[in-house]
Structures are given as structure tokens and as C-alpha cells.
Design a protein around this ligand. Sequence first.
Ligand code: ADP
Length: 428
Amino acid sequence: DGAGSDEQIQEFKLGPDEELRFEVEGIKGQVTTVIMQEGMAEVFGTEMVRGREYQFGPGTKMAIFTYHGCAVVLKGKTEFAYVAKETPMIMYLNAHAALETMRRAAEADGKRGPIVAVVGPQDVGKSTLCRLLTNYAVRLGRRPIYVDLDVGQGSIAVPGTVGAMLIERPASIESGFIQQAPLAYFFGHTSPQANIPLYNLLVSKLAETVHERMESNRKAKASGAIINTCGWVKAEGYRCITHIAQAFEVDVIMVLDQERLYNELSRDMPPFVKVVFLPKSGGVVERSGSQRHEGRDTRIREYFYGKPPSQTFHPHSFQVKLSDAKIFKIGAPAVPQSCMPLGMKGDETRTKLVSVTATAPALVHRLLAVSFATDETQDEATKTNVAGFVCVTDVDLEKGRMTVLSPQPSPLPKTLLFLSEIQFMDNQ
Ligand code: ADP
């Protein structure tokens, strides 16, 4: 009903290897507080501090797992909350142990630690498994690189990007991994399907950069990398996965949930790549198209304002002269090969910069990536990483200016801006 002022309190006792799953009610402003009162527990691989209050915003889906048993209190309205006895956690823990063995061997030989890709269809817990494996590695003193190639969710920066960051401490239970100097590349769409040549180009570029970073940091090198991928696994999507495996030179592929994908990869990967199958957790909730859309919106809002309930970021709103803004799209529309100028391949036009004429419908509510690239005639421009994102909140063509929401104060750097297909309504 949403109107009740009575605070809902639920208490749970968990036995060893059990998990409390809950979802915070999806109403704006709703907050659920969680306190672990006895025992030991963790959230996706991060240990909970006994007696501390953790707060989660509307729609958050969480699992509190315990190896030894614990008592937990939930305050606030939830869509559901139940204790599950069956979880795949032991198998995930074994997968982590196998990676750790590889890291130890790599460390001893001065070699590169395991590069792992987690693949599978949508909503099978890929991001969650990546977070768990990364957390377990960090808790053992490792410094793995987390790579996110899922442009649909975009846990690094915003949706529509691929990126990587060095992980030095476990994820915060409430806000995930702290984003210190993440490396992000602009894609601009929520599925690789929208521009496969560009997606593959960025994956290759990111792989190159990640390999370089590993070579320059001994600890990171032995720790390896954990790669989250998109849920698009059929046909062209499958080829994106094999390209990822090649570009990153993965040692291990963990396939969640789908046996067909597991069989295909076992058949197609070279023998030195270990392909393992892992079941999905019964706790992973399937999302509808509109929930996915909402998830993206939430992610973008968090990018500008911080995570609810505290929302500690204070973005700036200011005007930019349209004549000062160098706005580009990446990729001309796909053209049949027969219509291409002589000597040009179809793929090339898909990764070229195309100047965007400022019109209100084209720009308003869109995200713009602020690139580090300054020269649109340079081949490298599309492959240059981005400094951050702004959102166009208003366009005044008569006065020749637009208003942007930006994490940084005015002015925008004099670099190229890339127009994203992704829209965001700033109604904060
Ligand atoms: P994918 O990356 O495959 O799309 P996610 O890892 O994002 O899937 O998981 C989907 C949703 O399910 C997320 O909101 C996540 O927090 C939630 N989730 C994952 N594992 C569990 C679990 N064991 N119990 C409850 N919710 C979970």
C-alpha cells in the first residue's frame, strides 16, 4: 500500500551454508536496513561487520550468505525475504580456490595469473559471480583487475561503456567496488549488436591496455583478471565471446547455467583454455525489459548523484555554447558492401566518427561521453578512453547553447564529445 508508517521488522536465523535472499520494495524512497547480530556472514563475498547497519535502496536484490550460521534482522519493507538452504556457493568457492592455485603458481614463476571470463545468458548471476571471485581474491591480498564488458548494465562508469579497474579492497556491501580511476571506453549502446565492429574494436583495445597494466604491476600480474560479459550468447553474440577470449588471452571461461554454450565453447576453445560449467543460483531474479531499463537509469543516477540512501555526490549544472562543443557519433549506419566506395570495408564506416549537428531532439536527455581525444581526424579517437559523462538536460537552439549535468564544474574540457544512444531523465 506504501502508506503504512509501521516499520516492518523481520528476524532470521541461518544455519551453515544458508542464504537469506531479499528484495527491497521498489518504491521511491524505500530503504531497508540490515543488521547481522550474531555469527559471521557475507554479501557477495564481502564480510559483514556484526552490529553495523547496512542500508539498501528500492529494488535492491541481495543475498546474505553464511558458512557458519548467523542471525540477521531486516527493517523496512521487502518484496520478499526468505532463507534458502540450496546454494551453489561451495562450487563458486571451489572455482575461486582453483584460481588461487593458478595465482600462486604464477607468482612463483613471475608469470601472469589467470584471466577468467564469466559468460552466460542474461540474469544468471554473472556480475554477482565476478564480484564474489574478485572479493575472495582481494581478501587473500590479491590485486585483480576487474573488467566489465557488459554494455547493458555497465557497472564501471555508465551503461554503454566497457571498462576496467584495479581492485584493491573488497566491494562495499552497500555501494559495490569503489571506482578509483576506472578506465572506460565509450560504446554508446546497450547491446553489442548495435555495432559489433566497434564493440570488438573496443574489446581489443581494452585487452591491450589491461595486459600492459598487468605487465607494469607485479602484484596485479600474478592476480590476473576477472571479466564480466554480456548476456548475448547466440550467433553473433557467441562470436563476440570467442573474440573476447582471444583478445584477452583468457585461461579460464566459467559458463553459468547454459550447457549448450558450455559445449560449444569446450569444442571451439584451444586446449589450454579451461572451460568450466557452473550452475546459477536460485536467488538470481529474472528481470523484465522494463526492469532492465530501470536498472540502467538507476546506474546513471548513481553515477551523477551517488548511491541511495546517502547520495553523496553533488553534480553541477551549467550551460555550454553549442558552437564550442565538438559532438560526434561513432559509426555511420551500416551500408551494404556493394554500396561502399572502392577499397573501403563495411566495418570501417562503423567505427568512424560522424559529426552531429546539434538539434534538440538529437541531444536532449542524452548522455555525452567526454573523451580524452582532442582531434577528430585521428584514427585513434574512437579508441581513446573517456574522462567521464555529462547528460544534456536542455537545448536552446535560438541562444545556441545546451545545459548539461556534469560531475565536474564548468567548463567542459576542450575535447571531443561522443553522443550516446542512451537517454537519462534528470528528475532529481
Ligand atoms: P547477470 O550479470 O547475469 O545479468 P546479476 O549478477 O546482475 O546477473 O544478477 C541479477 C540480480 O540478481 C542482481 O540484482 C543480483 O543482486 C541478484 N542476485 C544475484 N545472486 C543472488 C542471490 N543469491 N540471491 C538474491 N539475489 C541475487
